[in-house]
Design a protein around this ligand. Structure first.
Ligand code: 13P
Length: 255
């Protein structure tokens, strides 16, 4: 298993954008553009209330639908939360866990990221697990330690078999929504570091088989050179995923 055989995954993270009617429109438009481009898996992670419209619009297309978070309990008194079973029944196949915006603004910790990951995998969802350093950590030369720690803590108790349903997204926090992109070399080094952590936790086979995406201001202009790197197997795209033509250009770059 190597870059040529690993599954490339281009995923959009819509964040808190698009009402259900806008979601329908955007997915229909995107689906027409990416039709037949089967060289990568294509996922759009939408707000909870858009899921129904998104799943309906994506039916029969090569776009799969994901959510942006999931709670770790099966049910109960957790006001405002959504369980893995609820997501599954609405037709969601993927879920983003541990996004830096959840960690920064909503008190997400390595412990809850691990709990959510295990619950999502147990339910049969594919997890897009986000890790990434903040600017001060990169400037202090502790990026490797941060990525290693976040990866190990998030995946504690996750089996080698379950890793077949885990995608890791390396998202340097300083590159998210800032227009500042990691250089292809920085992205490759960080994704490679994460792969070596997986080799240590599991084995070489799991490490080489795992899809590792880059995210952070990836767009139609820089996707090709990022995706050309050995350890970069796809992208998690914020802003550019809201514009069908831009998202399609990134999908095209991944073919
Ligand atoms: P931007 O592509 O808008 O920088 O967002 C990246 C991101 O956070 C995807 O999850």
């Amino acid at each position: 298993m190597n870059k040529a055989t690993r599954k490339a995954v281009i995923a959009g993270n819509w964040k808190m954008n698009m009402t259900p009617s806008k979601a329908k429109e955007a997915i229909e438009k995107t689906a027409a553009l990416v039709s037949g481009k089967n060289g990568c898996d294509i996922v759009l992670c939408v707000p909870f209330v858009d899921i129904d419209a998104a799943v309906t619009a994506a039916k029969g297309t090569n776009i799969k639908i994901g959510a942006q978070n999931v709670h770790f309990e099966k049910s109960g008194a957790f006001t405002g939360e959504i369980s893995a079973d609820m997501l599954l029944e609405t037709g969601v196949e993927y879920v983003i866990i541990g996004h830096s915006e959840r960690r920064q603004y909503f008190g997400e910790t390595d412990t809850t990221v691990n709990q959510r990951t295990k619950a999502a995998l147990a339910a049969g969802l594919t997890v897009i697990l986000c890790v990434g350093e903040v600017l001060e950590e990169r400037q202090s030369n502790i990026t490797d330690e941060i990525l290693s720690m976040q990866t190990k803590l998030a995946l504690a108790g996750v089996s080698a078999e379950e890793m077949q349903k885990v995608i890791i997204a390396y998202e340097p926090v300083w590159a998210i929504g800032t227009g500042l992109t990691a250089t292809p070399q920085q992205a490759d080094e960080a994704c490679g570091l994460i792969r070596s952590v997986l080799a240590g936790m599991y084995d070489e086979k799991v490490a080489e088989a795992t899809t590792i995406q880059y995210g952070g201001s990836m767009n139609d202009g820089n996707a090709a050179e990022l995706l050309a790197k050995y350890h970069v197997d796809g992208g998690l795209i914020g802003g550019a995923s809201l514009v069908p033509e831009k998202f399609d250009a990134i999908v095209t770059a991944a073919q």
